[in-house]
Design a protein around this ligand. Sequence first.
Ligand code: BES
Ligand code: MN
Ligand code: ZN
Length: 491
Amino acid sequence: MQINFVKSEVPDEGTLVVGTAETELPSGLLSDLDKQAKGAIARAMKAARFTGAKRQVVELLAPAGIELDRLLIVGLGKADKLDGGAAESLGSSAVARLLTSGEKTVTVLLPKADAEQAARVAQGAVLRSYRFDQYRTTQKKTEKPTLVKVNIGTSDPAEAKKAWRTNEAVANAIFYARDLVTEPPNVLHPEEFAKRVRKLEDMGLEVEVLGVKEMTKLGMGSLVGVGQGSVRESQLLVMQWKGAKNKDAQPIAFVGKGVTFDTGGISIKPAAGMDAMKYDMGGAAAVTGLMHALAGRKARANVVGICGLVENMPDGNAQRPGDVVKSMSGQTIEVLNTDAEGRLVLADALWYCQNRFKPKFMVDLATLTGAIRVSLGLEIAGLFSNNDELAARLLAAGKAEGEELWRMPMGERFDKMIDSPIADMKNIGGAFGGSITAAQFIQRFVNKVPWAHLDIAGTAWFEEARGSTPKGASGYGVRLLNRLVADHYES
Ligand code: BES
Ligand code: MN
Ligand code: ZN
């Protein structure tokens, strides 16, 4: 999608999208157009019961008296709340409507079109245009995207272009993360994931990949156990972005669950819906996407990204319910359910991370529990943390980027639910509080360092398109983490 920033003017032809705050009447440039159209626009708005509520759309085709082929009037919400989110929703609404409409070019105008607002329109437009078509060999003409160019009106095109350059780096990173999540699990297994990420060295990232031999030597029995039933070798992916002035300054760290397919293992999942478990690497995709974004916009921070990449399969060599494994921390784990594998992967990845890098803090992201979908639904991710400041910063970043979090409780009363009679802990709690006992498990592998865990099982995949995210892989977490870094950890 090609983005251009132009002076706010009504084009002579083609398609025009006009963002309008809550109003009953055509105002601003719409009132001029309405005069040329002899009141047809006001009549259409009335007939459609247009109020200007966010994402409401009225579409006029070939309106008489105007040269335009198509006029889209899009609601922006309350006039005193025309924030970045409203601008972004204008861009995404326009693209949702026009991507496969036959139109090639569109001009988007909005009331308060400063550079920042215009860049947010671009962000909404681009993010909503995401497609994953590489495995289709036949596609009807009407299914193919036609829209290639979006002109966005602004008072300051040069500034808008500058503001967009940052947003664009993030959008590219989100596309990268969505691609990883959408790729089928026969293609994107742990080795392929690592191989693709190695190519990001071209952007200035440092990438290392540890195989099973190295992980076994480090004592990572917990992570290695999960992948032992798979013919694909487990991998530990270590990425570093050294963007701070002092390359040796203490980094911040992000850790992702990268189960490229989760059958459940010997504790096998039911057949219905199992295909969804290709997105069980959504945490790893978000962490990798973040590293892509940081390199893309040359962030002035030292950041470590670590992903535990495994495939959880049933097999003659797979681990059994009842097995006891030893983690790199030295703690032993009774694996009572092989489907509670994400925490086993994170245990060793987090331990390795804090020992090797001594980071300021660690944030892990994981599609960890079905239970978080039950408690918070599919639009908000669960936040667990041992540190109020880090938690507050994450909550604020999520709010700003439209990737919301809700903080969940932790504590001794939950922690004791994972005590095992024969080992240091078991990998499942009881029937209740499943997301919390999972978080408590992870916390047992975190020393004094500030830490937060985001359970993104509900948000990594959208069942329906919403806002700037088409149906499917959301890339959830990339924006949120990028905002956290930008707002607090850059020099
Ligand atoms: N990957 C799943 C969690 C999940 C479920 C992610 C639905 C996305 C959508 C995880 O590995 C899992 O299987 N968790 C179990 C834990 C249980 C065995 C304690 C669960 O949530 O049922
Ligand atoms: Mn599982
Ligand atoms: Zn899983």
